[in-house]
Design a protein around this ligand. Structure first.
Ligand SMILES: [Fe+2]
Length: 177
């Protein structure tokens, strides 16, 4: 299972903190086991169920946004100088890899297809994602990214890691939806 998560999300290894890598893997393992997702099904989940004929997958969306976040952090450091923009790179990576992990609970598998479950209508993924992260003792800054990345965070004062993730997420969403 650990190998499956690393195969799906090789960006996990971009975090310097091995303990944090393990906690992110543990959250994904729990979310995969909750509905019994197989690798094939996981790779077939569309990026969003809100639009028809979506060409990119959920996993590729998570990876693309994570990599956009890392690129954004790198550019800010290189141009403005390290330290001018106070971003914890490991927290940014962990937050971006966990922001949507709760979608694996939101969706269920009906006739071999992912559909939104009643559970998902009651508990959107920012909430289930924070629940998973709390269970595995992730830092509050990372739970903050999960909690505030979507509409639930509108009006909240977002940390730098959440600001970067929120915008990168919507680049992918608006270009590909
Ligand atoms: Fe999301």
């Amino acid at each position: 299972m650990r190998e499956l998560v690393l195969r799906l999300l090789p960006e996990i290894r971009d975090m310097k903190d091995a303990g944090l890598q393990n906690k992110v893997i543990a959250c994904w393992q729990d979310a995969i086991e909750f509905r019994g997702w197989t690798e094939e099904l996981l790779r077939s989940i569309p990026f969003t169920l809100l639009a028809e004929n979506v060409k990119i997958t959920f996993i590729d969306h998570v990876r693309a946004v994570c990599r956009m976040c890392m690129a954004c952090d790198k550019v800010l450091d290189e141009v403005h100088g390290a330290g001018k923009t106070p971003v914890n790179r490991d927290y940014l990576i962990a937050g971006s890899l966990l922001a949507d992990v709760g979608k694996l609970l939101e969706f269920e598998i009906v006739d071999g297809k992912p559909v939104k479950s009643d559970y998902g209508k009651h508990i959107r993924h920012p909430f289930s994602g924070v629940g998973l992260a709390f269970k595995h003792d992730l830092p509050s800054q990372i739970m903050h990214v999960i909690a505030t990345h979507s509409k639930e965070g509108a009006g909240e004062k977002r940390l730098p890691e959440s600001i970067i993730f929120h915008h990168a997420d919507f680049i992918d969403f608006e270009l590909v939806k």
